[in-house]
Ligand binder design. Structure first.
Ligand code: SF4
Length: 360
Protein backbone atom coordinates (compact mmCIF):
# COMPACT_ATOMS: atom_id res chain seq x y z
CA UNK A 1 0.00 0.00 0.00
CA UNK A 2 2.65 2.51 1.10
CA UNK A 3 4.95 1.38 -1.67
CA UNK A 4 2.16 2.04 -4.20
CA UNK A 5 2.45 5.70 -3.19
CA UNK A 6 5.94 5.71 -4.69
CA UNK A 7 4.15 5.86 -8.05
CA UNK A 8 1.98 8.88 -7.06
CA UNK A 9 1.88 11.65 -9.66
CA UNK A 10 -0.20 14.21 -7.77
CA UNK A 11 1.86 17.15 -6.39
CA UNK A 12 -1.03 18.08 -4.04
CA UNK A 13 -0.53 14.86 -2.10
CA UNK A 14 3.18 15.62 -1.86
CA UNK A 15 2.49 19.15 -0.55
CA UNK A 16 0.27 17.65 2.14
CA UNK A 17 3.06 15.22 3.03
CA UNK A 18 5.55 18.09 3.30
CA UNK A 19 3.20 19.86 5.75
CA UNK A 20 2.63 16.75 7.91
CA UNK A 21 4.55 17.23 11.14
CA UNK A 22 5.28 13.63 12.08
CA UNK A 23 6.19 11.95 8.83
CA UNK A 24 5.88 8.21 8.47
CA UNK A 25 6.53 5.76 5.62
CA UNK A 26 3.45 7.11 3.78
CA UNK A 27 4.91 10.62 3.66
CA UNK A 28 8.36 9.32 2.71
CA UNK A 29 6.88 7.43 -0.25
CA UNK A 30 5.04 10.56 -1.42
CA UNK A 31 8.16 12.71 -1.03
CA UNK A 32 10.03 10.30 -3.29
CA UNK A 33 7.23 9.87 -5.84
CA UNK A 34 7.12 11.37 -9.35
CA UNK A 35 4.55 13.85 -7.97
CA UNK A 36 7.41 15.37 -5.94
CA UNK A 37 9.68 15.86 -8.95
CA UNK A 38 8.40 19.40 -9.73
CA UNK A 39 8.53 20.40 -6.04
CA UNK A 40 12.27 20.25 -5.48
CA UNK A 41 12.42 23.89 -4.34
CA UNK A 42 9.71 23.37 -1.73
CA UNK A 43 11.44 20.22 -0.52
CA UNK A 44 14.74 22.13 -0.34
CA UNK A 45 13.18 24.95 1.71
CA UNK A 46 11.62 22.60 4.24
CA UNK A 47 14.72 20.40 4.37
CA UNK A 48 16.84 23.45 5.10
CA UNK A 49 14.53 24.52 7.93
CA UNK A 50 14.55 20.99 9.41
CA UNK A 51 18.35 20.84 9.22
CA UNK A 52 18.69 24.18 11.02
CA UNK A 53 16.27 23.00 13.72
CA UNK A 54 18.24 19.87 14.52
CA UNK A 55 21.83 20.61 13.55
CA UNK A 56 22.14 24.38 13.27
CA UNK A 57 24.62 25.53 10.66
CA UNK A 58 27.25 22.96 11.50
CA UNK A 59 29.03 20.43 9.32
CA UNK A 60 31.33 17.89 10.89
CA UNK A 61 34.58 17.28 9.03
CA UNK A 62 36.27 13.90 8.76
CA UNK A 63 38.71 12.03 6.55
CA UNK A 64 38.98 8.39 5.50
CA UNK A 65 42.16 6.42 6.24
CA UNK A 66 42.40 3.39 3.95
CA UNK A 67 44.23 0.58 5.72
CA UNK A 68 44.00 -2.05 2.98
CA UNK A 69 42.96 -2.32 -0.66
CA UNK A 70 43.09 -6.10 -0.66
CA UNK A 71 39.86 -7.58 -1.95
CA UNK A 72 38.84 -11.14 -2.60
CA UNK A 73 35.26 -10.12 -3.39
CA UNK A 74 34.01 -9.66 -6.93
CA UNK A 75 31.83 -6.53 -6.55
CA UNK A 76 31.83 -5.66 -10.28
CA UNK A 77 31.76 -1.91 -9.55
CA UNK A 78 34.52 -1.83 -6.92
CA UNK A 79 38.06 -0.60 -7.57
CA UNK A 80 39.35 -3.13 -5.01
CA UNK A 81 37.69 -6.23 -6.45
CA UNK A 82 39.84 -9.31 -6.51
CA UNK A 83 40.58 -9.41 -10.25
CA UNK A 84 41.67 -5.74 -10.57
CA UNK A 85 45.35 -5.40 -11.44
CA UNK A 86 46.40 -2.97 -8.77
CA UNK A 87 49.20 -3.05 -6.26
CA UNK A 88 47.73 -4.55 -3.09
CA UNK A 89 48.69 -2.91 0.16
CA UNK A 90 47.72 -3.57 3.78
CA UNK A 91 49.21 -1.11 6.25
CA UNK A 92 51.00 -2.22 9.39
CA UNK A 93 49.97 -0.59 12.64
CA UNK A 94 52.94 1.78 12.47
CA UNK A 95 52.12 2.76 8.88
CA UNK A 96 48.50 3.40 9.90
CA UNK A 97 49.62 5.66 12.72
CA UNK A 98 51.95 7.52 10.33
CA UNK A 99 49.02 8.07 7.92
CA UNK A 100 46.99 9.34 10.87
CA UNK A 101 49.71 11.81 11.79
CA UNK A 102 49.71 13.15 8.21
CA UNK A 103 45.91 13.50 8.32
CA UNK A 104 45.98 15.25 11.69
CA UNK A 105 48.31 17.88 10.21
CA UNK A 106 45.38 18.79 7.92
CA UNK A 107 43.35 19.67 11.03
CA UNK A 108 41.11 16.58 10.90
CA UNK A 109 40.04 15.14 14.29
CA UNK A 110 37.52 12.49 13.16
CA UNK A 111 38.74 9.50 11.23
CA UNK A 112 37.10 6.70 9.26
CA UNK A 113 39.25 3.57 8.89
CA UNK A 114 38.37 1.89 5.58
CA UNK A 115 39.35 -1.50 4.25
CA UNK A 116 38.54 -3.85 1.40
CA UNK A 117 37.77 -7.41 2.37
CA UNK A 118 41.27 -8.29 3.55
CA UNK A 119 40.96 -11.50 5.55
CA UNK A 120 43.98 -12.10 7.74
CA UNK A 121 45.27 -8.52 7.41
CA UNK A 122 42.46 -6.40 8.78
CA UNK A 123 40.56 -8.02 11.62
CA UNK A 124 38.81 -6.64 14.72
CA UNK A 125 41.91 -6.82 17.00
CA UNK A 126 43.96 -4.90 14.39
CA UNK A 127 41.22 -2.27 13.96
CA UNK A 128 40.78 -1.84 17.72
CA UNK A 129 44.55 -1.50 18.22
CA UNK A 130 44.77 1.01 15.36
CA UNK A 131 41.89 3.05 16.78
CA UNK A 132 43.49 3.12 20.24
CA UNK A 133 46.84 4.22 18.82
CA UNK A 134 45.21 6.94 16.69
CA UNK A 135 43.18 8.23 19.62
CA UNK A 136 46.34 8.36 21.73
CA UNK A 137 47.51 10.75 19.02
CA UNK A 138 45.35 13.54 17.70
CA UNK A 139 41.96 11.98 17.01
CA UNK A 140 38.79 12.41 19.00
CA UNK A 141 36.84 9.69 17.28
CA UNK A 142 37.60 6.74 15.03
CA UNK A 143 34.96 4.86 13.05
CA UNK A 144 35.38 1.91 10.70
CA UNK A 145 34.01 0.99 7.29
CA UNK A 146 34.85 -2.68 6.83
CA UNK A 147 33.09 -5.96 6.01
CA UNK A 148 30.16 -6.92 8.29
CA UNK A 149 31.35 -8.54 11.52
CA UNK A 150 29.71 -10.92 13.95
CA UNK A 151 28.69 -9.95 17.49
CA UNK A 152 32.09 -10.82 18.93
CA UNK A 153 33.82 -8.74 16.23
CA UNK A 154 31.83 -5.62 17.05
CA UNK A 155 32.34 -6.18 20.77
CA UNK A 156 36.10 -6.30 20.18
CA UNK A 157 35.93 -2.98 18.31
CA UNK A 158 33.82 -1.33 21.00
CA UNK A 159 35.82 -2.63 23.97
CA UNK A 160 37.12 0.20 26.10
CA UNK A 161 35.70 2.74 23.64
CA UNK A 162 38.35 1.94 20.99
CA UNK A 163 36.13 2.34 17.91
CA UNK A 164 33.28 4.85 18.09
CA UNK A 165 31.27 4.13 14.99
CA UNK A 166 30.52 1.72 12.18
CA UNK A 167 29.70 2.66 8.59
CA UNK A 168 28.20 -0.05 6.44
CA UNK A 169 26.40 0.51 3.17
CA UNK A 170 23.91 -2.14 2.14
CA UNK A 171 24.80 -1.18 -1.46
CA UNK A 172 21.33 -2.16 -2.71
CA UNK A 173 18.21 -3.07 -0.75
CA UNK A 174 16.91 -5.08 -3.71
CA UNK A 175 17.74 -8.59 -2.48
CA UNK A 176 17.54 -10.16 -5.95
CA UNK A 177 19.85 -7.56 -7.49
CA UNK A 178 22.18 -7.88 -4.51
CA UNK A 179 22.33 -11.64 -5.06
CA UNK A 180 23.11 -11.17 -8.73
CA UNK A 181 26.00 -8.80 -7.88
CA UNK A 182 27.41 -10.92 -5.06
CA UNK A 183 26.68 -14.51 -6.01
CA UNK A 184 29.62 -15.80 -3.95
CA UNK A 185 32.38 -14.55 -1.69
CA UNK A 186 32.35 -12.60 1.57
CA UNK A 187 29.42 -10.43 0.57
CA UNK A 188 27.03 -13.14 -0.56
CA UNK A 189 24.95 -13.12 2.66
CA UNK A 190 22.47 -10.24 2.21
CA UNK A 191 20.81 -10.72 5.62
CA UNK A 192 24.13 -10.85 7.50
CA UNK A 193 24.98 -7.48 5.96
CA UNK A 194 21.53 -6.02 6.57
CA UNK A 195 21.63 -6.90 10.27
CA UNK A 196 25.23 -5.79 10.83
CA UNK A 197 24.42 -2.32 12.16
CA UNK A 198 22.05 -3.89 14.69
CA UNK A 199 24.94 -6.01 15.92
CA UNK A 200 27.12 -2.89 16.03
CA UNK A 201 24.39 -1.04 17.95
CA UNK A 202 24.08 -3.92 20.41
CA UNK A 203 27.85 -3.74 20.97
CA UNK A 204 27.44 -0.10 21.99
CA UNK A 205 28.73 1.79 18.94
CA UNK A 206 28.09 5.49 19.34
CA UNK A 207 27.56 6.16 15.62
CA UNK A 208 25.85 3.93 13.06
CA UNK A 209 26.05 5.00 9.42
CA UNK A 210 23.95 3.26 6.82
CA UNK A 211 23.60 3.85 3.08
CA UNK A 212 23.02 2.59 -0.43
CA UNK A 213 25.20 2.90 -3.52
CA UNK A 214 23.19 5.09 -5.86
CA UNK A 215 23.11 3.69 -9.35
CA UNK A 216 22.62 -0.03 -8.64
CA UNK A 217 18.81 -0.05 -8.36
CA UNK A 218 15.92 2.34 -9.10
CA UNK A 219 16.45 5.31 -6.78
CA UNK A 220 12.91 5.83 -5.44
CA UNK A 221 12.69 2.29 -4.05
CA UNK A 222 16.27 2.45 -2.78
CA UNK A 223 15.72 5.75 -0.95
CA UNK A 224 12.48 4.46 0.55
CA UNK A 225 14.21 1.35 1.92
CA UNK A 226 17.17 3.37 3.17
CA UNK A 227 14.89 5.83 4.99
CA UNK A 228 13.05 2.99 6.73
CA UNK A 229 16.31 1.28 7.67
CA UNK A 230 17.75 4.49 9.18
CA UNK A 231 14.53 5.23 11.09
CA UNK A 232 14.41 1.66 12.39
CA UNK A 233 18.02 1.88 13.61
CA UNK A 234 17.26 5.22 15.30
CA UNK A 235 14.31 3.69 17.14
CA UNK A 236 16.18 0.60 18.20
CA UNK A 237 19.54 2.11 19.04
CA UNK A 238 18.36 5.42 20.42
CA UNK A 239 21.56 5.91 22.40
CA UNK A 240 23.56 5.91 19.16
CA UNK A 241 23.74 8.63 16.55
CA UNK A 242 22.36 7.30 13.27
CA UNK A 243 23.58 8.76 9.98
CA UNK A 244 23.13 7.88 6.35
CA UNK A 245 25.48 8.20 3.42
CA UNK A 246 24.55 8.87 -0.20
CA UNK A 247 27.53 7.71 -2.33
CA UNK A 248 26.90 7.59 -6.08
CA UNK A 249 28.57 4.98 -8.22
CA UNK A 250 31.07 6.68 -10.50
CA UNK A 251 34.21 5.76 -12.44
CA UNK A 252 33.46 2.07 -12.19
CA UNK A 253 35.93 -0.54 -13.55
CA UNK A 254 35.77 -1.16 -17.31
CA UNK A 255 33.06 -3.60 -18.33
CA UNK A 256 30.52 -2.55 -15.70
CA UNK A 257 27.74 -0.25 -16.77
CA UNK A 258 25.88 1.62 -14.03
CA UNK A 259 22.33 0.25 -14.38
CA UNK A 260 20.40 3.19 -12.87
CA UNK A 261 22.53 6.35 -13.01
CA UNK A 262 21.46 9.11 -10.63
CA UNK A 263 21.84 12.72 -11.79
CA UNK A 264 22.59 15.73 -9.58
CA UNK A 265 18.99 16.86 -9.30
CA UNK A 266 17.87 13.39 -8.27
CA UNK A 267 20.60 13.20 -5.63
CA UNK A 268 19.34 16.51 -4.21
CA UNK A 269 15.79 15.11 -4.23
CA UNK A 270 16.93 12.00 -2.32
CA UNK A 271 18.81 14.03 0.30
CA UNK A 272 15.92 16.47 0.80
CA UNK A 273 13.26 13.73 1.07
CA UNK A 274 15.34 11.73 3.55
CA UNK A 275 16.03 14.84 5.63
CA UNK A 276 12.28 15.58 5.84
CA UNK A 277 11.43 12.01 6.80
CA UNK A 278 14.25 11.41 9.27
CA UNK A 279 14.86 14.90 10.65
CA UNK A 280 17.35 13.87 13.31
CA UNK A 281 19.44 11.55 11.17
CA UNK A 282 22.78 12.96 10.00
CA UNK A 283 23.59 12.87 6.27
CA UNK A 284 27.14 12.30 5.07
CA UNK A 285 28.58 13.44 1.73
CA UNK A 286 31.96 12.26 0.46
CA UNK A 287 34.55 13.71 -1.90
CA UNK A 288 33.19 11.56 -4.75
CA UNK A 289 31.08 14.59 -5.56
CA UNK A 290 32.42 17.81 -7.11
CA UNK A 291 32.85 20.97 -4.98
CA UNK A 292 30.00 22.82 -6.68
CA UNK A 293 27.51 20.05 -5.94
CA UNK A 294 28.79 19.44 -2.40
CA UNK A 295 28.28 23.10 -1.59
CA UNK A 296 24.86 23.19 -3.27
CA UNK A 297 23.61 20.14 -1.36
CA UNK A 298 24.35 21.65 2.06
CA UNK A 299 20.91 23.22 2.59
CA UNK A 300 19.20 19.93 1.65
CA UNK A 301 20.47 18.40 4.89
CA UNK A 302 24.17 17.49 4.75
CA UNK A 303 25.69 17.36 8.24
CA UNK A 304 29.02 15.63 7.71
CA UNK A 305 31.61 15.93 4.95
CA UNK A 306 34.92 14.29 4.25
CA UNK A 307 37.76 16.55 3.12
CA UNK A 308 41.31 16.10 1.90
CA UNK A 309 40.51 12.43 1.20
CA UNK A 310 42.91 9.93 -0.32
CA UNK A 311 41.48 6.53 -1.15
CA UNK A 312 44.60 4.36 -1.46
CA UNK A 313 46.35 2.88 1.58
CA UNK A 314 49.49 4.87 2.36
CA UNK A 315 48.69 7.81 0.11
CA UNK A 316 48.68 10.53 2.79
CA UNK A 317 52.35 9.82 3.45
CA UNK A 318 53.49 8.51 0.05
CA UNK A 319 51.14 10.14 -2.46
CA UNK A 320 48.72 8.43 -4.83
CA UNK A 321 50.06 5.80 -7.19
CA UNK A 322 46.97 4.04 -8.52
CA UNK A 323 44.98 1.45 -6.59
CA UNK A 324 42.40 3.92 -5.27
CA UNK A 325 38.92 2.65 -4.42
CA UNK A 326 37.28 5.62 -6.11
CA UNK A 327 38.39 8.84 -7.69
CA UNK A 328 38.31 11.84 -5.39
CA UNK A 329 36.51 14.60 -7.29
CA UNK A 330 36.53 17.29 -4.60
CA UNK A 331 40.28 17.54 -4.03
CA UNK A 332 40.19 20.77 -2.03
CA UNK A 333 42.27 20.75 1.13
CA UNK A 334 40.26 20.60 4.37
CA UNK A 335 41.05 24.28 5.05
CA UNK A 336 39.60 25.20 1.65
CA UNK A 337 36.45 23.16 2.29
CA UNK A 338 36.15 24.89 5.66
CA UNK A 339 36.44 28.34 4.04
CA UNK A 340 33.79 27.42 1.47
CA UNK A 341 31.50 26.33 4.32
CA UNK A 342 32.08 29.59 6.21
CA UNK A 343 31.43 31.60 3.06
CA UNK A 344 27.99 29.97 2.95
CA UNK A 345 27.30 30.70 6.61
CA UNK A 346 28.11 27.22 7.97
CA UNK A 347 30.47 26.32 10.81
CA UNK A 348 32.91 23.54 10.01
CA UNK A 349 33.16 21.40 13.14
CA UNK A 350 36.54 19.75 13.55
CA UNK A 351 35.73 18.30 16.96
CA UNK A 352 32.24 17.54 18.26
CA UNK A 353 33.10 14.86 20.75
CA UNK A 354 35.50 14.60 23.62
CA UNK A 355 36.79 11.19 24.57
CA UNK A 356 36.30 12.14 28.20
CA UNK A 357 32.51 11.93 27.62
CA UNK A 358 32.72 8.15 27.22
CA UNK A 359 34.41 7.88 30.57
CA UNK A 360 31.69 9.82 32.45
S1 SF4 B 1 33.03 -4.06 -2.77
FE1 SF4 B 1 34.06 -4.74 -0.88
S2 SF4 B 1 33.94 -6.99 -0.97
FE2 SF4 B 1 33.51 -6.26 -3.06
S3 SF4 B 1 35.50 -6.23 -4.05
FE3 SF4 B 1 35.21 -4.18 -3.19
S4 SF4 B 1 36.21 -4.27 -1.21
FE4 SF4 B 1 35.92 -6.40 -1.86
Amino acid sequence: MTEGLLANRDPALVRAAIRTRRKGPRELALLLSPGADPLLEEIACEAHAATLRHFGRTVQMYAPLYVSNRGVGRGPYCGFRGDQRIERVSLTLDETVAEGQAISRLGIRHLLLVSGDAPGDVDPPYLAAAARALKDGAFDSVSVEVVPLDDAGYRTLAEGGAVDGVTLYQETYDAARYASLHAAGPKADYAFRLDALDRAGAAGMRTLTVGALWGLSPWREEAFALGLHAADLSRRWWRSRVQLGVPRLKNVPAGFEIPHPVDDRTLAHVVGALRLYAEEVGIVLSTREPPRLRDALLPFGITQMSAGSRTRPGSYTKGDAGGEQFKVVDDRRPAEVASALRARGYDPVWKDWDRGFTEL
